[in-house]
Ligand binder design. Structure first.
Ligand code: SF4
Length: 472
């Protein structure tokens, strides 16, 4: 039996985390963090947190739920200080519990270390063995890495981070703070984005440039893969870079994860998606009356497909934008309407048409099957699917929650079998070469593992996100 929450997640590798940090003595840092987190909500919808330092004391709010439900004028006004670190979470290691809400805070020796992490360590279990006897209060890998940093030798947090991070394997784009410094550091593979910006002379750090735009900050540059940055009052310095030349940026950020108005590695995400649609129209042409997107993720690609094919773009599926993760699953009798509660078709437009549906990806295939069914019931004459990324055959271990491999429809079915399962008249995926071309990134600087199975480092294919659940 399928719930709305499952339906929301199943057609894409949707979620991971968003991070933000600011050091500013002349601004309301908590409120700015709130606004930035709001613009990064797409990166994680399970929980949100903000931690603020006034140089002496740490104050924070961490709750399960969306940014708008966790924070309000009243609780934000209590977060006084000049350094703020924020986080939106979707869990990849450790369940969705209040203990695991970030920033994770590690106290010690008159100071503290508050950590917001986007990513996932593949060697967290090995690192945890080094913490024998150390009390842990979460089941996430973030606490493990923060504790390892704390217990690493060094006079300053900067020294500790520099010495500890070479032992971390996997994805981490991190914003952290001590009582008087803000830090930003990124794994040497640079899986997840992390950018520096300037706001009224102050330095901010965010997962994506869309957060900088929202708060009125200007982009300075990316935090480089492997780079550790220390931020103070209106200045920052690069403390060092570890593991140079390993870069493997996540190709799926361009496909789905990032917002279309963000710039990743100097390329606007919307343009990558549009180009992927154009290339797919050339790789897999089709005769149709209307190109439609599965809103909102497929919209940029559908526009590109429409322009390259000459088939007009139109709307058929109207999305209910107000179905959140906490939506109560309908009773048995209403369950068959689950997809319709998310996508309602306009029958008058679909009726009698040859429809080309463009979407970013297919994970399990069940939602797409239902969308096709809805459109057929609406009178569509033919339904052709065009997917603007290659088949997802392998799980991600670098900060994106994917189902087990056997649940990925393309891991066990051919494209022809998927077409049959979904009941489409035709189905084509964009080639990996096509997607890489659309991204404008050098092939050797990208992680393509969920499409190609070529992981940039050894991974445990039996990994489970609750690995530390009985272990702390
Ligand atoms: S496997 Fe690689 S490309 Fe796929 S989602 Fe994970 S990091 Fe991105």
């Amino acid at each position: 039996m399928i719930s709305i929450q499952q339906l929301k997640r199943e057609e894409s590798l949707k979620d991971h985390c968003g991070v933000f940090g600011i050091y500013a003595r002349n601004l309301n840092v908590a409120k700015i963090t709130y606004l930035a987190l709001h613009s990064l909500q797409h990166r994680g919808q399970e929980s949100a947190g903000i931690t603020v330092s006034d140089g002496w004391k740490l104050r924070g709010i961490r709750q399960l739920g969306l940014v708008t439900s966790v924070f309000n004028e009243g609780n934000l006004s209590k977060l006084k200080g000049f350094i703020s670190v924020g986080h939106n979470r979707y869990s990849t290691t450790g369940g969705n519990t209040i203990e695991n809400v970030q920033p994770v805070i590690i106290p010690g020796n008159g100071d503290f270390f508050a950590v917001s992490h986007n990513g996932n360590l593949v060697n967290a279990a090995d690192l945890a063995k080094r913490l024998n006897g150390v009390k842990r209060v979460t089941t996430s890998d973030t606490e493990i890495l923060a504790l390892i940093i704390k217990f690493t030798e060094g006079k300053t947090w900067e020294e500790k981070i520099l010495k500890a991070t070479p032992d971390f394997a996997g994805a981490y784009s991190i914003v952290a703070c001590s009582k008087d410094r803000l830090f930003a550091f990124r794994d040497p593979w640079g899986f997840r984005p992390l950018v520096l910006g300037k706001l009224k002379g102050n330095i901010v750090v965010a997962s994506e440039t869309c957060a900088l735009d929202t708060i009125g900050a200007t982009y300075i540059r990316d935090v480089l893969p492997g780079e550790i940055i220390s931020i103070g009052d209106k200045n920052f310095r690069s403390v060092g870079i570890i593991g140079k030349k390993l870069m493997k940026f996540c190709l799926f950020e361009y496909v789905y994860l990032a917002r279309p108005d963000s710039i990743l590695n100097n390329v606007l995400v919307h343009q990558v998606r549009q180009k992927s649609g154009e290339l797919l129209a050339k790789e897999a042409p089709v005769k149709g009356d209307l190109v439609v997107a599965v809103p909102d993720s497929g919209t940029s690609a559908a526009l590109g497909f429409s322009q390259a094919s000459g088939i007009p773009f139109g709307e058929v599926l109207i999305k209910n934008r107000y179905i959140g993760r906490t939506f109560i699953a309908p009773e048995q009798a209403l369950r068959e309407h689950s997809v319709k509660m998310k996508f309602n078709p306009m029958k008058q437009i679909a009726n009698g048409k040859k429809i080309v549906i463009v979407d970013d990806s297919i994970v399990r295939g069940t939602t797409m099957k239902k969308i096709v069914e809805i459109l057929r019931k609406s009178g569509a004459k033919e339904i052709h699917l065009r997917i603007c990324s290659p088949p997802i055959r392998w799980p991600c271990f670098f900060g994106v929650d994917t189902p087990e491999r056997r649940q990925l429809i393309a891991s066990s079915k051919t494209v022809a079998q998927i077409k049959k399962f979904i009941n489409a008249d035709s189905l084509y995926y964009l080639s990996l070469d096509g997607l890489i071309k659309a991204s404008k990134q050098p092939t050797d600087k990208l992680c393509t593992a969920c499409f190609s199975g070529k992981y940039p480092m050894p991974v445990n294919l039996n990994f489970k996100k609750n690995v530390f659940e009985n272990n702390c």
